[in-house]
Every structure is written in structure tokens, then in C-alpha cells.
Write a new protein. Sequence first.
Length: 270
Amino acid sequence: MSGLTTILFIGDIIGRPGRLAVRELLPRLVGKYCPDIVIANGENASGGFGITPDTANELRRLHIDVITSGNHIWDKKEVHDFLRAGSTVLRPLNYPSGAPGIGSAVYECPSGVKVGVLNLIGRVFMDSLDCPFRTGREAVLKLRQETPVIFVDFHAEATSEKAALANYFDGIVSAVVGTHTHVQTSDERILPGGTAFLTDAGMTGPVDSVIGVKKELIIQKFLTQLPVRFEVASRAVELQGVVVTVDAYDGKTKKIERIKMPLNAEAGQE
């Protein structure tokens, strides 16, 4: 077993343009970083809102090992049974008891290294759910019984909540990376206890947009305050995310690097 483990995380995949970016660009990233595991947030992968079993399976065929999610995980009704059946798609752990699916798991990489993945959702400016701090810490302590290498996708709106959770978990997880805002931040760092932190990994999809949606539709919504059917944009597609290199023996991160890779073609929308 190697002494270092590389985790590649892909920010929120937005519809068909995001999936195209993964298909075209992920092989280059794999060639460059040789990740032991590839994780991606896929809650917007189907038409910009939610994920279907077919889309999840498509992402798995593109060599994404684990799919995390967030508040849009429930948008497609057919995913409920898919989650109940047990899969590599995680829903946020801190949804109340009875919600289908699981929020954390341990995955064994081909290298033999075990990586724990935990998906949490925030409460500030979002739904009132179970406490991600208390629920998450309990889950982390269980994961650490199997492996010190633990990656956390914290799907949250408020930057303060993300930073607070990262510092609360400092030293007991390898990385806390935020998702949900679709805007990549430039504050990547390693906290004193060895936990990597990035407020938001960004999105994998069309950046010539308003967080993935056609600009004119969002502007219309703000101007009129009337209901608008959102559609995924298609121009200036990028793959955004982060790579962390972790000591497999103690779970502490040695390096964190942001990814922002353009797709040099326009992608059709779904």
C-alpha cells in the first residue's frame, strides 16, 4: 500500500454540459494526478436539477467512483428506490431518519487504501435538518474505526458554516470541501490539524451563465419575481474541483490543489 493517497473531487455537475466535461476532461486529469479515488457531486447532473439512476450509472461508467449530493437529491422521484437499493450515490447524512439511502461509506481503492466519504448538508439559509456538526462528528468517529482517510462534501450555502465545520473537524478528517454555491472559491488551505479545506469546489458546467442556468432566465426572475422555468446554459463549459494528497497512515493532507479546466467546445444542453 502506498504511503500517499490522491483524492480527486469534481464540483457540482450541471446537466449534459457538465457530463460532457467529465467525459472529455476526466481522462486527462486521471492521467495527470493518478487519483486513487474519484468523487463528484452529482445532484444537478440530470437536466440541472436532481439525478436519475441512468445518469448516475452514466457517471459511474465515466470512472467516477462515488457520487455525493445535496438538497436536489430528491428532485427525481425514480432516484428514491435507487438509493434504497444501495449504491455509490450518497445523500446528505443529516436528513432525518427514514430518508432513503446512506450518507457515508468506506470505499476500498485498487491500491488497497480505504477512503471514507461523508456527505453533509448545511442549515444556514437552507432547510432545518439534523445538526451537521453533531451528526457528522459521530459519523466521522465511526469511519475512523476503518480508516483515517476521510473526505467530507459539505453541501451548504453559508461560507461561515462551511469554515466552522472544517475547523470543528480539523485533525479527524482529511478534507472538508464545500459544494452548493456553484462558485469556486480561492481559499484552499491545510488547517493546523492536517485537514484540507476549500469553501466551495465550484461547478462542472457552463460558466457563461448564472450558476449554470441561462442568464436571461435568471435576470427575468429577478426583474419580475414571477415563476420561470430554468434551463441549463451551454456556453464556456468548465470542469472545476480539487485534488488532495493525503498520508494514508494518519489521514493528514499534504497538498491541496484547485482545478479549473475549460472544455474547448460548446456543449448541448439537456
